[in-house]
Design a protein around this ligand. Structure first.
Ligand code: OSB
Ligand code: MG
Length: 370
């Protein structure tokens, strides 16, 4: 799919104007489930891209799930265990299985995963802006809309000054920064200057596969480190926690291999009294709805990057869109499965390429998979 973004989004990786993404539709038992993949066009946030996802789903994941019987969607990730990595591809397929399971059971996805709340606290992620005035205008608008936490993207040359400026202008608002791996340990002294601004956290300051340096940096900072890119699996999260590499974790199902792995990560963090929040990847309403459901687990105790549809797409591919209330919360859909109305005509209009696979398409591959 290709959907134009309402506003361009700029991070330390660069700028995007349109969101390109893959949607998986899984049919079974007379119903359908949807999964949205969070991979992007470029391998900057993660090694996966839409092209690798297409290849891996078609040639490796589909043959393992089409025609297979699963007692529960938690069995899908283990069934894909022979394939290393490719968590975003796996998560898209697994999400479709969860939606299908909850839809067939007539229950909302939040109930299928054991969620405990009917509204979630919402925050926003504000990209790098052309000027401090442009940043102020954005922050002002989001605070007026009720959002409970402001995150700004930073990079070398756009870090201390915007934070200082926002503190001067808006006072003690709930504020955090996300560096998307733009620094090295040599910048520790520079990053320590952020300690003066009582930030809720600094997200992913160092490299995407670095645990040890984050542990060193955390010892030098008062500001809590939150890891995003580095937490590529539940195993790595266990290592990061043991090393003291972070005090908070951002959960994105696409990064760790799906909803079941996200629940395991959530539970691991809870057992270490480590708060988590739900990250965002500029999802359409399909992936956004799943994020809302997952955020109903109890240890999602900080506002996440799960905001209203209208910040991203106009129109979204779901109708009605996901909306934020004046108190900065989003209602959890109560219908079966994802509980949102997917607009088939809008989805069709956004579609660039389509592939349908059934049991006969994958039977040749199936006979020699392990
Ligand atoms: O690092 O959290 C990130 C978007 C794309 C890739 C990575 C990130 C982000 C965001 C946006 O911060 C969150 C959102 O509003 O969906
Ligand atoms: Mg991030």
């Amino acid at each position: 799919m290709k959907l134009p973004l309402v506003h361009f989004f700029e991070t330390s990786f660069g700028r995007i104007d349109d969101k390109h993404f893959i949607v998986v539709r899984a049919e079974g038992g007379g119903a359908a489930g949807y999964g949205e993949c969070v991979a992007e066009q470029d391998p900057y946030y993660s090694a996966e891209t839409n092209e690798t996802v297409w290849h891996v789903i078609k040639d490796f994941l589909a043959p393992r799930v089409i025609g297979a019987a699963f007692a529960h969607p938690r069995d899908v990730f283990p069934a894909l265990g022979a394939i290393r990595g490719h968590h975003m591809a796996k998560a898209a397929v697994e999400m479709a299985a969860w939606d299908l399971f909850a839809t067939l059971g007539g229950i909302p996805l939040s109930r299928a995963i054991g969620g405990t709340r009917d509204r979630i606290a919402s925050g926003v992620s504000i990209g790098i802006q052309p000027s401090l005035d442009a940043l102020a205008a954005k922050v002002e608008r989001e605070l007026a809309a009720g959002y409970r936490r402001i995150k700004i993207k930073i990079k070398p040359g756009w870090d201390i000054r915007p934070v200082e400026f926002l503190r001067e202008r808006f006072g003690a608002i709930p504020l955090m920064v996300d560096a998307n791996a733009a620094y090295t340990l040599a910048d520790a002294g520079h990053l320590a200057a952020l300690d003066a601004f009582a930030l809720m956290m600094i997200e992913q300051p160092l490299d995407y596969d670095d645990i040890a340096d984050h542990a060193t940096l955390q010892r030098r900072l008062q500001t809590p480190i939150c890891l995003d890119e580095s937490i590529k699996s539940v195993h790595i999260a266990r290592e990061a926690i043991a090393a003291g590499a972070c005090r908070i974790i951002n959960i994105k199902p696409g990064r760790v291999g799906g909803i079941a792995q996200s629940i395991a990560l959530h539970d691991l963090c809870a057992s270490h009294q480590m708060p988590v929040w739900h990250g965002g990847m500029l999802e359409s309403g399909i992936g956004r709805a799943a994020n809302v459901h997952l955020s109903t687990l109890p240890n999602f105790s900080l506002p996440g990057d799960v905001a209203a549809s209208q910040r991203y797409f106009d129109p979204d591919v779901i109708d009605p869109p996901i909306e934020v209330a004046a108190d900065g919360t989003i209602a959890v859909p109560t219908g079966a499965g994802l509980g949102v109305g997917i607009c088939a005509e809008r989805l069709e209009r956004a579609t660039l390429r389509k592939l349908t696979l059934d049991a006969s398409d994958v039977s040749g591959v199936k006979s020699h998979i392990r």
